[in-house]
Design a protein around this ligand. Structure first.
Ligand SMILES: *[C@@H]1O[C@H](CO)[C@@H](O)[C@H](O)[C@H]1NC(C)=O
Ligand SMILES: *[C@@H]1O[C@H](CO)[C@@H](O)[C@H](O)[C@H]1NC(C)=O
Ligand SMILES: *[C@@H]1O[C@H](CO)[C@@H](O)[C@H](O)[C@H]1NC(C)=O
Ligand SMILES: *[C@@H]1O[C@H](CO)[C@@H](O)[C@H](O)[C@H]1NC(C)=O
Ligand SMILES: *[C@@H]1O[C@H](CO)[C@@H](O)[C@H](O)[C@H]1NC(C)=O
Ligand SMILES: *[C@@H]1O[C@H](CO)[C@@H](O)[C@H](O)[C@H]1NC(C)=O
Ligand SMILES: *[C@@H]1O[C@H](CO)[C@@H](O)[C@H](O)[C@H]1NC(C)=O
Ligand SMILES: *[C@@H]1O[C@H](CO)[C@@H](O)[C@H](O)[C@H]1NC(C)=O
Ligand SMILES: *[C@@H]1O[C@H](CO)[C@@H](O)[C@H](O)[C@H]1NC(C)=O
Length: 545
C-alpha cells in the first residue's frame, strides 16, 4: 500500500520479532523533502560501486564519499521501491567493510572519508584529525547506522544486522580514545553536535551488548552536556544554522531510541523544546534567518546556503516557508541536502515536540524584542559568553562577549560574534558581520539600533574587520562607502578607531581577497591610530532605510 492518506508504507510485508515492519510514517512535507533529496542523490549515485559521488565544492573528479552514502542508504530503505533495499544493503556493506579496523590506532573504528583514499597512517598519508580522518564521522555514521537498525531492521539480512552492531561497537570504542582538553581532535561536552551524538551512540550500543561500561560512558557524557545546557537553557554550540540541526537530530534520537532509565530519554524532549524556544527568539520569519551571533556558520544568509535548520523548517512550515531555493540542490553548501533522509525519517517524532507558540513565532514576526542569554563551552570558553540579540521588523543586531572562546580559536572562519542583518527593497537580506581576527576576547553592547564593540586585550595593531553583503540586483554595484549600502544606514558614532575604514572587495573573479563559503563581499576594516594607547573600540548606529 502506498501514498495512502499521506503516509507511505514500505512494500513487502517483512516479519520481524515485533510483527509487521513498515517504513516511518511521513507527513506530506517530510515526504516531499525526502523525495526531493532522493531524486537529487539518485543522480549522483554510482550503482556499480555502491557509493554516492562526492558532492562538496569544488567537485572532485571520480571520487565517492562515505558519510552521504550512509544517509542515502537510509533514504533507500525508507523509499524501498524497485532495487532500493538491495542498493542500500550494498552501500552499508561497503561502508562497514572499509571502516578502520586496527584498535591500536587513534582512528580506530572511524569511517573513511571516501573509498579511494590512501591508507591512513602510511608515510604518504599521515593521520591528522579533521584531515586524513574526521573523528566526528564515527558519530555521524554510527548514529545513522543506529537509526537504520532501529527503523529498518527487518529489511536487513541477519549477517548485516550483526555487522551493524559490530561496526557501531568498534566506532564507539574508538570514540572513547578521543581526548578532552584543548588538544586538536579533542572532544568536550560543550562541543555540542558530536557530544550529543556520541552520548546516544555509546548508551545504545552498551545496552544492546550488555556492556555497562559503554552505557555508563554515554550516560555520563550526556549528563555533562545537560548540565551545560541547563545553565541558561542554551546549547554550548549556540545558534548555529548548521550544527543546531545536527544536535536536534541527536536529541530526537535520545528521545526516540533510549529507554526511560536513560538520562537522555529523561531530558531529550524538553531540550528539544527549549532549543526551539531559543531559536524562536532569534529566527526572523520575514528574513528567514537566525539573527546573530552565530557560533558557527557556513554563510551569512540562510536563503543562500543550505543549512540543516532549513530541513526542520521545511517539515514544520512547508517548503515555501523554509529558507531553500526551489531547486534546493543548487544552493551554496548544498551537500547538506544529503542529510535530508534522516531528518525526514525522524520528523514526525521531532515535530510533535515543538511547541505551538514556536510554530507561531517561526511563521509570523512576533514584534520587536531583545533576547539576552548566555552560553558556555568550557574549557575553550574561559568564562560564559554573554549574548544579546535585538530583533526588529527590518533589522537585527546580535553580538556576544567572549574570552578565549572555542569557536574563535578552532573554527575562526565560521565564528560570527557580531552580526547585523536587514531586509532590503527586494526582500533579500543584507549582512554586516565581524570576521574573527587575532582577538581572543571582545566585549559588546547591543540594543535598538546600536552595536558597540571593544577588544579588552587589544592594542594599536588591532582591527575590526567586517564582511558586508554586496547590494541586490538593481542597486548600485559599487560600495566605496557606507553611504552606498542598500537598505540600511550604518554610521560610526564613536570608539577609538580611525573614522575612515579601509575598503576592499573579496570577489569571485577578482578583488583584493577571496570570497568566504562562496559568498563574495565588501571588506570594511577599521584600524587604530598608529600611536593609540586606548583600548580598541567602535560604536555603530544602524537604521533600516
Ligand atoms: C572491529 O574491530 C576488530 C578489531 O578490534 C576487527 O577485527 C573487526 O574486523 C572490526 N569489525 C568491523 C566491522 O570493522
Ligand atoms: C569495564 O571497565 C572495567 C574498568 O575499567 C574493566 O576492567 C572491564 O574490563 C571493562 N569491561 C568491558 C566489558 O569492557
Ligand atoms: C545564566 O545562568 C547563570 C547561572 O545560573 C545566571 O547567573 C545568569 O544570570 C544566567 N544568564 C542569563 C542571561 O539568563
Ligand atoms: C520595514 O519595511 C517595510 C517595507 O519595506 C516598511 O513598510 C516599514 O516601514 C519598515 N519598518 C521599519 C520599522 O522601518
Ligand atoms: C558574562 O557575564 C558573567 C556575569 O553574568 C561574567 O562573569 C562573565 O565574565 C561575562 N563574560 C564575558 C565574556 O564577559
Ligand atoms: C598587540 O597585539 C598583538 C596581537 O593581539 C600582539 O601580537 C602584539 O604583540 C601586541 N603589541 C603590543 C605592543 O603589545
Ligand atoms: C555613494 O553615495 C554617495 C552619497 O550618497 C554618492 O554621492 C555616490 O555617488 C555613491 N556612489 C556610488 C558608486 O553609488
Ligand atoms: C555605545 O557607544 C556610544 C558611542 O560611543 C555611547 O554613547 C553609548 O553610551 C554606548 N552604549 C552603551 C550601552 O555602552
Ligand atoms: C579584509 O581586508 C584586510 C585589509 O584591509 C585584510 O587584512 C583581511 O584579510 C581582509 N579580510 C578578509 C576576510 O578577506
Amino acid at each position: 500500500m502506498r501514498f495512502t492518506h499521506g503516509f507511505t508504507w514500505a512494500t513487502g510485508l517483512c516479519l520481524s520479532l515485533s510483527g509487521i515492519t513498515r517504513a516511518a510514517q511521513l507527513s506530506s512535507n517530510a515526504q516531499q523533502m525526502l523525495d526531493e533529496s532522493m531524486n537529487f542523490m539518485d543522480l549522483i549515485y554510482d550503482a556499480d560501486i555502491g557509493y554516492l559521488h562526492y558532492f562538496y565544492y569544488p567537485l572532485a573528479a571520480g571520487t565517492h564519499e562515505t558519510r552521504s552514502s550512509a544517509w542515502y542508504a537510509a533514504g533507500l530503505l525508507q523509499r524501498n521501491q524497485n532495487d532500493d533495499a538491495e542498493q542500500g544493503i550494498k552501500i552499508l556493506r561497503n561502508i562497514i567493510g572499509s571502516q578502520h579496523k586496527d584498535p591500536t590506532t587513534e582512528w580506530y573504528g572511524d569511517y573513511q572519508y571516501y573509498p579511494e583514499e590512501p591508507t591512513v597512517g602510511t608515510d604518504a598519508y599521515p593521520p591528522a584529525p579533521y584531515g586524513s580522518f574526521d573523528p566526528n564521522w564515527r558519530n555521524f555514521i554510527g548514529t545513522a547506522l543506529i537509526l537504520i537498525y532501529e527503523e529498518f531492521q527487518s529489511l536487513l539480512p541477519n549477517d548485516l544486522q550483526q555487522l551493524i552492531i559490530e561496526s557501531v561497537y568498534n566506532s564507539t570504542v574508538g570514540d572513547t580514545y578521543r581526548l578532552g582538553g584543548l588538544t586538536y581532535g579533542n572532544l568536550n561536552p560543550g562541543y555540542t553536535n558530536p557530544s550529543t551524538m556520541r552520548s546516544i551512540q555509546a548508551s545504545w550500543i552498551g545496552r544492546k551488548l550488555n556492556n555497562a561500561n559503554l552505557t555508563a560512558f554515554g550516560e555520563n557524557w550526556a549528563a555533562q552536556v545537560i548540565e551545560l545546557f541547563d545553565r541558561n537553557l542554551t546549547l554550548s554550540e549556540f545558534n548555529s544554522a548548521t550544527y543546531t540541526g545536527v544536535t536536534l537530530y541527536a536529541l530526537t534520537m535520545w528521545d526516540k531510541y533510549l529507554p526511560p532509565d536513560s538520562i537522555m530519554k529523561q531530558n531529550g524532549a524538553r531540550m528539544i523544546k527549549d532549543t526551539w524556544l531559543s531559536l524562536a527568539e532569534t529566527y526572523h520569519p520575514a528574513m528567514k534567518n537566525l539573527a546573530g551571533p552565530w557560533d558557527r556558520s557556513y554563510g551569512y544568509d540562510m536563503n543562500q546556503y543550505f543549512s540543516l535548520l532549513a530541513l526542520y523548517l521545511w517539515t514544520l512550515l512547508g517548503k515555501e516557508n523554509a529558507p531553500v531555493y526551489d531547486k534546493s540542490w543548487s544552493m551554496a553548501h548544498a551537500d547538506d541536502l544529503e542529510y535530508a533522509p534522516l531528518m525526514a525519517i525522524l520528523a514526525s517524532h521531532h515535530d510533535a515536540l515543538v511547541p505551538t507558540e514556536v510554530i507561531e513565532h517561526l511563521t509570523t514576526f512576533r514584534g520587536e524584542h531583545t533576547y539576552v542569554t548566555s552560553a558556555y563551552a568550557p574549557p575553550g570558553d574561559a568564562v560564559p559568553r554573554n549574548i544579546t540579540s535585538w530583533v526588529s521588523d527590518n533589522l537585527t543586531i546580535g553580538a556576544m562577549s567572549f574570552l578565549d572562546a572555542p569557536g574563535v580559536m578552532d573554527h575562526s572562519q565560521q565564528w560570527n560574534a557580531a552580526v547585523v542583518q536587514w531586509l532590503r527593497f527586494d526582500n533579500s537580506v543584507g549582512f554586516f558581520t565581524l570576521a574573527a581576527g587575532d582577538q581572543h576576547a571582545m566585549d559588546v553592547e547591543v540594543g535598538p539600533n546600536f552595536l558597540n564593540l571593544t577588544y579588552p586585550h587589544g592594542n594599536s595593531t588591532s582591527t575590526f574587520e567586517f564582511i558586508l553583503a554586496t547590494n541586490p540586483w538593481g542597486a548600485t554595484r559599487d560600495i566605496p562607502s557606507l553611504d552606498n549600502v542598500s537598505g540600511v544606514d550604518i554610521q560610526v558614532i564613536g570608539g577609538s578607531v580611525n573614522a575612515t575604514p579601509v575598503v576592499s572587495f573579496c570577489g569571485l573573479a577578482g578583488g583584493a581577497c577571496s570570497p568566504r563559503f562562496n559568498f563574495e563581499f565588501w571588506n570594511y576594516t577599521w584600524t587604530m591610530p598608529e600611536d593609540s594607547t586606548s583600548l580598541p573600540s567602535v560604536s555603530f548606529e544602524i537604521t533600516a532605510t
